[in-house]
Design a protein around this ligand. Structure first.
Ligand code: HEC
Ligand code: HEC
Ligand code: HEC
Ligand code: HEC
Length: 418
């Protein structure tokens, strides 16, 4: 896949600059922004629908916001990618029959999203796969509603002018934080004002989602923060539809499986998180940087806080001293070690279940219960496996999920054997 060139792609973006010069925003007069571009907002602002808004692509902001743009372009340096399937071979068993068993690469910088989704090797039918990638789909969903998600993937590809982009978080007013992905504000619902805008902006994509079976629209599995936890989300997938929701059904075992996807938002804000009430995603993954001329700006190079020296010294060290890296490493070792061990145990049970199905050794009732328990165990295991903090965002919740996964694995082992 060719690298998406942020600066040269996008004739529409170019036309848009002319449109701004004429005083129009994408063919539509926009009301005056709530604050000057570059200024900030405390309370969430949810993007309006049906306004015909057109994306101003990232490169068009370079002149006006050189520091933010330059730090955004630094995401190109976060280019490393490794194959989860090679690192954890048991995944091929647990994800068998689903795209992630074919190719599953680790995450890297935001400026790679378009080429990474286009080159996964997993089949893409619909534009909804671009939800957390190009802001062109974000604008389209605001303008056209859910039908945007159901467009053919290849048709949307032709309309892309913006690789990731500023629009996801700022609409066309850099500095002001918008919720442009309205499925998030729909899900957080009445609790929206209680979540900091600097956490909502990341939760737009770093959250557990599914595609609505009817509309194909990207949707989250909760309404309000009270049901935003792994137990209630599973309950929703089990009972919130005419049939229990499944991302896919494994042909060999008949287990109706759920694929969890990067639930950073739900994990960081979940019960037990030591920093949920006093920090935001941006505090730890962006931070403030001082340019050579003394200007302070928000760093748009999204990296681990452990790789941000200025942040560690000015902020984390106040409470963690110099021990944060050790603390994080210990959490990773414990959580990742346990996740792998449970994943291996579940994969071993898969082989036993295939045999039990083939040999018809279980009654219909027992088989149904085993399948249900397998689904449940894999849900709780995956909630930790795919969470990018590897325990660092909320060790208490990660541990609780692994305990639940283990509880169901033990039940399965009692029936199928160890
Ligand atoms: C993933 C979300 C996200 C994206 C994408 C994003 N920003 Fe930001 N931006 C933020 C956050 C968070 C802040 C801090 C705002 C606050 O603390 O209120 C911010 C602040 C800013 C500010 C205010 C001044 C400052 O530096 O604090 C400007 C200007 C800005 N961004 C420009 C841009 C530009 C230009 C782009 C695209 C090249 C961009 N942003 C892309 C999240 C984002
Ligand atoms: C529009 C969707 C979207 C938004 C909004 C978003 N991200 Fe991301 N983020 C992604 C995707 C997709 C990837 C993986 C990119 C790839 O591998 O191609 C990613 C990757 C990352 C990575 C790199 C992970 C790695 O392993 O190198 C970090 C860190 C990150 N995001 C943090 C944030 C933070 C913090 C915010 C909010 C300020 C945010 N993201 C907002 C979609 C988003
Ligand atoms: C209190 C600080 C803190 C907050 C707040 C925080 N994170 Fe993290 N995050 C971490 C740490 C620590 C890691 C592990 C980094 C490492 O191992 O180097 C991490 C890892 C990540 C990664 C993987 C990055 C990588 O390079 O592998 C992503 C993506 C991420 N966080 C997104 C988010 C999102 C989205 C939010 C908000 C919902 C958030 N984080 C809130 C501290 C934080
Ligand atoms: C005001 C004090 C304070 C500051 C500042 C602070 N922390 Fe913490 N942090 C805590 C406390 C208290 C805990 C919970 C007890 C512990 O693990 O030490 C914690 C826990 C953590 C954990 C473990 C999470 C878990 O679930 O066990 C991580 C990771 C973390 N902090 C990262 C950071 C990062 C990154 C920064 C800087 C951006 C930071 N902290 C700044 C007080 C602070």
């Amino acid at each position: 896949m060719e690298k998406f060139d942020v600066k040269t792609k996008g004739a529409i973006g170019g036309l848009f600059v002319i449109a701004i010069a004429l005083g129009f925003a994408g063919g539509k007069m926009r009301p005056a922004p709530p604050v000057e571009p570059g200024a900030k907002n405390d309370k969430p602002i949810v993007s309006e629908t049906g306004t015909g808004i057109v994306v101003t692509k990232a490169a068009d902001w370079e002149e006006k916001f050189p520091n933010e743009f330059a730090s955004y372009m630094k995401n190109d340096e976060n280019e490393e990618i490794h194959s989860y399937l090679e690192l954890h071979p048991y995944l091929k068993t647990l994800y068998r029959g689903y795209g992630f068993a074919i190719q599953y690469g680790s995450a890297r910088g935001h400026t790679y999203v378009v080429e990474d989704v286009q080159s996964t090797g997993r089949p893409h039918k619909m534009a909804n796969c671009y939800t957390c990638k190009t802001s062109n789909l974000t604008a389209k969903a605001l303008n056209d509603g859910d039908s945007a998600y159901a467009m053919a993937f290849d048709d949307l590809t032709k309309e892309i002018t913006d690789n990731f982009g500023c629009f996801h978080c700022h609409e066309n007013e850099p500095g002001v934080l918008y919720v442009t992905h309205r499925y998030l504000s729909d899900a957080v619902a009445g609790d929206l004002d209680s979540v900091p805008v600097q956490t909502l902006s990341c939760g737009q994509c770093h959250s557990e989602y599914h595609f609505n079976p009817e509309t194909k629209a990207t949707t989250l599995a909760y309404t309000g923060l009270k049901t935003m936890n792994p137990d209630d989300m599973l309950k929703f997938y089990n009972t919130g539809f005419a049939e229990p929701f499944a991302d896919w059904t494994d042909e060999q075992t008949g287990v109706k499986k759920l694929k969890v996807q990067h639930p950073e938002f739900e994990t960081f804000l979940g019960a037990g998180s030591p920093h949920a009430s006093n920090m935001t995603c941006a505090d730890c993954h962006m931070g403030t940087t001082t340019a050579a001329d003394g200007t302070q700006y928000t760093n748009h190079y999204w990296i681990s806080p452990l790789d941000n020296k200025e942040l560690l010294e000015n902020n984390c060290a106040k409470c963690h001293g110099t021990s944060l890296a050790d603390t994080v490493e210990k959490i990773h070792e414990e959580i990742n070690g346990r996740t792998d061990a449970l994943g291996e145990r579940l994969a071993a049970l898969d082989a036993k279940l295939i045999k039990a199905v083939a040999d018809k050794t279980l009654s219909e009732k027992d088989l149904a219960e085993v399948r249900e328990n397998f689904r449940t165990a894999q849900w709780y295991w995956d909630f930790v496996f795919v969470e990018n903090g590897d325990g660092a965002h909320n060790k208490t919740l990660a541990t609780k999920c692994l305990d639940s996964a283990e509880e169901y694995i033990v039940k399965l082992e009692a029936v199928l054997g160890k």
